[in-house]
Design a binder for this molecule. Structure first.
Ligand SMILES: Cc1cc2nc3c(=O)[nH]c(=O)nc-3n(C[C@H](O)[C@H](O)[C@H](O)COP(=O)(O)OP(=O)(O)OC[C@H]3O[C@@H](n4cnc5c(N)ncnc54)[C@H](O)[C@@H]3O)c2cc1C
Length: 681
């Protein structure tokens, strides 16, 4: 058991302690002992097994089963007439016509003499204790032992083998390009007690991954022997932004992602005024619309005097990557399988494929929603499905993300389950002009004139979807049928069907589809457990707006404050636990948590609205197109007091049906708690 743990976990604490005492790298100490013990035991078992096979002279110890075909006349092979196969015990003799049992003491030769024929090709011996099987077992054990020896030799050959721990420490000091590590290693050399963890870093094999290129940007390869201050896991918009901001502040950082050189898969829409605040080059926006429209019926709409844009994913990622490289970020093209969190003030180990581990002070996970690398709050009580049965608390498995469906039929989880935005979108070329004005973008088209004939009108009214439209030119357009939020109440397939019906009604014919977007965005739901050593950011930290599904602008924009908190805490020499705590606080200060509760309540209200209520709600939401409050609400940029004022204004303005909805959800969906939290009570 010790042997296997040592092989599997080079940082198994016992080896570390012994290593500290002996001043020897673990491979020379207990590990070697483990290997010898395992090989010795296996060889001994092999020898014992084979010798037992040869000692088994007596046929009584052995079984043999013969399949006999009475129709063919072939002599019994000579070998079968000798012990142990010359059976004296009860053997089963079977043929296609009959099955006989040969009584104890009956010689096989008698069987042949009696006219029972054994065709050479048609007999088999299946006993567990035959000489042949004993020998096979023995040889197999020998092979396993040989395998151990070859494998451990191979593993050892991949690792540096300094004569002593002192020499090892010198290697760390010489090779390390990290001033921090070099300094600490030099100091350690003066001491009799060596720091095992630094030696472990050196023992980690160099990565076999090749540094990726992204559109001509050469990404500097990480150095596995460095102790990075921060490892950012995930190179989505959130991850690269944090890494870039950290590196700008002089923090050593590595970004780890298996898809470094690939484009981001999602299509991002943003408000132009917010994007401009990021200071990114103009080319990062692919197409800009000067105004935005919310449509309630064919002739009923609100025009918002606010520009909207589609992010050019390629240019934006290239921009962020280029800036990150310039600032000194290192990259590793690999997936992270787990994180061994450091205890006390020890570093954490980020585990890559092939047993490679990277030592870091602060791991920051930006690996998308509900990452397995982050610990999330469970609701306390399990989710209850339609039949009242209990089910798993694994948030990632609540929906089928390929279909956007809810296979469990669950509705509500105590403590707050996520809602899901589901959509089916196409980037398409139309056969003739599509008819949408090319200078305005349709944020939401709730019109329902197409809801007749081919479609279940009642269902569409009960579980509404809207159309999101980004016309590029007269014949090129991005169209997305969207369920704003549900659990999930509409599948991606249903969105696709509704889009077809809508386009047919409008007389839009699709000539060619260039790209399809199948969208599942978790919104709201449980937050990570704040204060854990592993920090989360972006969708992994549930930064997605609970009532709209937007995040990209906010994640890029707020990355600076997270980076500043980490840098300041490291510079001030805080313990690593405290550094992580400060990082969490930077993302979720108390006020932000209160605002989020308010937004989550908004989501709960929205996911119960039918088509008419949705129209009425958004009519009052956008009733003053010039107002700053709805902009701030969408940006999660309201204070507690402003949230309450906004909610009150909305309530007063909206239709009686929506008022009822608010009141009902206020009682059943913790609305009172939210108000108390906003009031600071
Ligand atoms: C289809 C869709 C459309 C959206 N549209 C918009 C929009 O229009 N506007 C908006 O503001 N928001 C939008 N969002 C919401 C949000 O902005 C996006 O989800 C955004 O991509 C989240 O960014 P992120 O960097 O946190 O994570 P992601 O973009 O999901 O990136 C995660 C990265 O982590 C990597 N990764 C995952 N696991 C590991 C691992 N174990 N080890 C190493 N790397 C790993 C992945 O390869 C990936 O590169 C959309 C979301 C979706 C799903």
């Amino acid at each position: 058991s010790i042997f296997f743990r040592l092989m599997a976990e080079p940082h198994f604490p016992m080896s570390e302690d012994i290593h500290l005492l002996s001043h020897k790298p673990p491979v020379c100490g207990l590990k070697l002992l483990g290997i010898l013990a395992a090989v010795g035991t296996t060889v001994a078992f092999g020898l014992a097994t084979i010798s037992q096979a040869f000692r088994a002279e007596s046929a009584q110890q052995l079984h043999a089963q013969f399949v006999v075909d009475q129709s063919s006349q072939v002599a019994v092979p000579r070998a079968l007439q000798r012990p142990p196969f010359n059976s004296k015990q009860s053997d089963v003799v079977s043929s296609s016509k009959a099955s006989h049992t040969v009584q104890r003491g009956l010689q096989l030769s008698t069987l042949v003499a009696s006219g029972t024929a054994l065709p050479a090709h048609d007999w088999e011996i299946t006993g567990n204790f035959t000489q042949a099987s004993y020998t096979a077992w023995g040889l197999m054990l020998f092979a396993i032992a040989a395998g151990f020896v070859v494998w451990s030799g191979f593993q050892a050959s991949k690792k540096p083998k300094p004569a002593s721990a002192m020499a090892m420490c010198a290697v760390v000091s010489d090779r390390s390009a990290s001033p921090e590590l070099a300094a600490s290693s030099a100091g350690v050399q003066q001491q009799a007690g060596l720091r095992a963890r630094q030696l472990h870093v050196e023992q980690v094999p160099q990565s076999t991954n090749v540094a990726a290129e992204y559109l001509g940007v050469s990404l500097p390869e990480y150095v596995s022997s460095h102790t990075y201050a921060v490892a950012v896991i995930g190179a989505g918009p959130a991850g690269i932004s944090v890494a870039w901001n950290l590196a700008k502040k002089g923090v050593s950082v590595v970004v780890i992602d298996p898809a470094l050189e690939k484009d981001w898969p999602n299509n991002y829409g943003v408000w132009t005024d917010e994007w401009e605040q990021l200071g990114f080059p103009e080319e990062t926006l692919g197409k800009i619309w000067s105004s935005t429209v919310v449509q309630y019926a064919e002739n009923d709409r609100t025009q918002l005097p606010r520009g909207y844009a589609r992010v050019d994913r390629l240019t934006t990622k290239t921009h962020l990557m280029t800036e990150a490289v310039k600032a000194g970020v290192h990259f590793c093209k690999d997936g992270v399988s787990s994180i061994e969190e450091g205890i006390g003030n020890n570093n954490s180990m980020v585990c890559l494929s092939g047993d490679i581990k990277v030592a870091v002070k602060v791991p920051v996970v930006a690996a998308g929603h509900y990452s397995k690398l982050v610990k999330y709050h469970s609701p306390g009580a399990k989710v209850i499905n339609n039949k009242g049965e209990y089910m798993t608390e694994n948030w990632k498995e609540l929906v089928d993300e390929k279909k956007g469906s809810n296979p469990w039929g669950w509705k509500y989880a105590q403590g707050g389950a996520p809602g899901y935005q589901i959509a089916y979108g196409i980037e398409a070329e139309t056969d003739g002009p599509h008819g949408y004005p090319v200078d305005e973008m349709v944020l939401m088209d709730w019109s329902g004139e197409h809801l007749e004939g081919d479609i279940d009108e009642a269902e569409c009214n009960k579980v509404p979807t809207f159309l999101y439209v980004m016309p590029t030119d007269e014949t090129h357009i991005f169209l997305e049928e969207t369920s704003l939020v549900g659990r999930p109440s509409v599948t991606i397939g249903e969105c696709e069907r509704r889009l077809e019906v809508r386009l047919k009604h409008r007389g839009i014919k699709i000539k060619k589809i260039h790209e399809v977007e199948r969208c599942v965005i978790p919104m709201g739901g449980p937050l990570p457990i704040l204060g854990e050593r592993t920090v989360a950011y972006g969708a992994s930290n549930n930064l997605v707006h609970p009532a709209t599904g937007y995040m990209v602008n906010r994640a890029i924009g707020n990355a600076e404050s997270l980076a500043a908190a980490i840098q300041a805490s490291l510079d001030n020499g805080l313990s690593l636990n405290d550094v992580s705590q400060k990082a969490w606080n930077a993302v979720w200060p108390q006020e932000a948590l209160r605002i989020r509760d308010f937004q989550v309540f908004g989501m709960e209200v929205l996911l119960n609205m039918n088509l008419d209520q949705s129209r009425a709600f958004f009519k009052s939401f956008f009733s003053d197109p010039e107002a700053k409050e709805w902009r701030q609400y969408l940006a999660m940029d309201l204070s507690s007091r402003e949230c309450l004022e906004f909610a009150l204004g909305l309530f007063v303005n909206c239709s009686p049906a929506v008022k009822l909805r608010f009141m009902y959800d206020g009682v059943t969906r913790d609305g009172v708690t939210v108000v108390r939290s906003l009031l600071g009570l």
